[in-house]
Design a protein around this ligand. Structure first.
Ligand SMILES: NC(=O)c1ccc[n+]([C@@H]2O[C@H](COP(=O)([O-])OP(=O)(O)OC[C@H]3O[C@@H](n4cnc5c(N)ncnc54)[C@H](O)[C@@H]3O)[C@@H](O)[C@H]2O)c1
Length: 339
């Protein structure tokens, strides 16, 4: 059986992805600092799963021995978190992941997939695609560009490298994120009957469900290398490019609530619409879920207390807490602890 190593495997995408990768017939090694705690739940009991609480910046290359593929997710995972400490963001999101790819190749791993983001487009008019010039407006977006630039050239006949530029994700995950637009708006409806909308609501974003995102990774993992090697793909769907205010109204309707909203934040300077034709044509990727599906599943999970909207679910707030109160982000102490 083949083994896939997932960095950031206990995160929002990772803790959904690990189950999908197991389901596809692989064994899994998770490498994660567990900044948000141990969110792997039942999966951790699976004999095919190995979990390493380590930091990608100091990871020993030996962990890649016997690994067939790497999915590289570990990062400070959004624009505001990336701005808390720009140097640390570049150290993890760019240099850390560049190191993961280099070590993986040196240790005989055959495939490598890295999670980038459509946020590399920043603010642009028109419909963008993989050939459009990026316009990174934040450290987080810049780090994604840098990791694409450093890791794609490692592609050759022995090492298949693919970049997936994800739309903004939504949906339920064991490591829940209410700082993501659809999840946060759903929480607002559920808690107060009022949807928080980031000013001025006309900004465009492509969206994709977290379970569809996990499926996209597995499709790339199983694809013919001739199709995906050295390639960058947007990961999302053309019909899920949305403007934030009309999206809020759709979510209220899906939950059978009156549409009430309140503004927050400074006017969002990011806005982009993306074509996902390339991944659709090359791999047949087509999302199965919609924002309405996510609103309903999240509201139900809140109702049944399967998800609790505590500080850990707000990524930047939690990282602020770790950085300023505990200095945890820069410690090496967790290295080599096998859970
Ligand atoms: N969620 C989205 O909307 C979205 C969209 C596009 C791209 N992405 C990318 O997907 C990846 C995963 O995002 P997510 O939403 O699951 O974020 P997340 O914050 O939930 O997960 C990131 C995980 O990485 C771990 N981590 C952070 N720094 C680490 C380090 N130095 N060493 C080891 N582990 C470390 C954290 O503990 C966490 O479990 C990120 O690279 C992110 O930029 C996410």
């Amino acid at each position: 059986m083949k083994r896939v190593l997932v960095t950031g495997g206990a995160g929002y995408i990772g803790s959904v992805l690990v189950g999908e990768v197991l389901h596809a017939g692989f064994e899994v090694t998770v490498v994660d600092r567990m900044f948000f705690g141990d969110t792997l739940g039942a999966v951790r009991e699976d004999a095919r799963v190995k979990c390493l609480r380590q930091d990608i910046r100091w990871l020993d290359g030996a962990v890649f021995d016997g690994v067939d593929a790497v999915i590289d997710l570990a990062a400070l995972s959004n624009d505001p978190s990336g701005d808390l400490d720009p140097e640390m963001t570049l150290a993890i999101n760019h240099r850390g992941r560049a190191r993961v790819a280099r070590l993986a190749k040196e240790h005989g791993v055959r495939r490598y997939i890295v999670a980038s983001s459509c946020s590399v487009y920043g603010f642009q008019e028109g419909i963008l695609n993989e050939l459009s010039t990026p316009n990174p407006l934040t450290t987080y977006a810049q780090a994604n560009i840098e990791v694409e630039k450093s890791n794609l050239p490692l592609a050759d006949d022995t090492f298949c490298v693919t970049v997936l530029r994800f739309a903004t994700l939504y949906g339920l995950s064991p490591r829940m994120r209410f700082d993501l637009a659809i999840n946060g708006m759903t929480l607002g409806i559920w808690e107060k009957g009022t949807i928080p909308v980031l000013r001025d609501g006309t900004q465009w974003r492509p969206m994709v469900h977290v379970r569809d995102a996990a499926r996209a990774f597995v499709m790339v993992l199983q694809a013919d290398t001739a199709v995906v090697n050295g390639q960058t793909f947007g990961a999302g769907s053309d019909d899920q490019n949305v403007q934030i205010l009309p999206l809020a109204e759709r979510l209220a309707t899906a939950l059978g609530k009156e549409f009430k909203y309140e503004w927050y934040g400074l006017p969002d300077h990011r806005s982009y619409r993306v074509s996902f034709e390339k991944i659709h044509k090359a791999l047949g990727f087509e999302p199965k879920f919609t924002p309405e599906d996510a609103a309903r599943e999240i509201a139900l999970a809140l109702e049944e207390k399967r998800v609790v909207p505590d500080m850990r679910t707000r990524t930047v707030e939690w990282y602020k807490n770790l950085l300023y109160w505990h200095g945890v982000l820069s410690e090496v102490v967790l290295n080599d602890v096998v859970l």
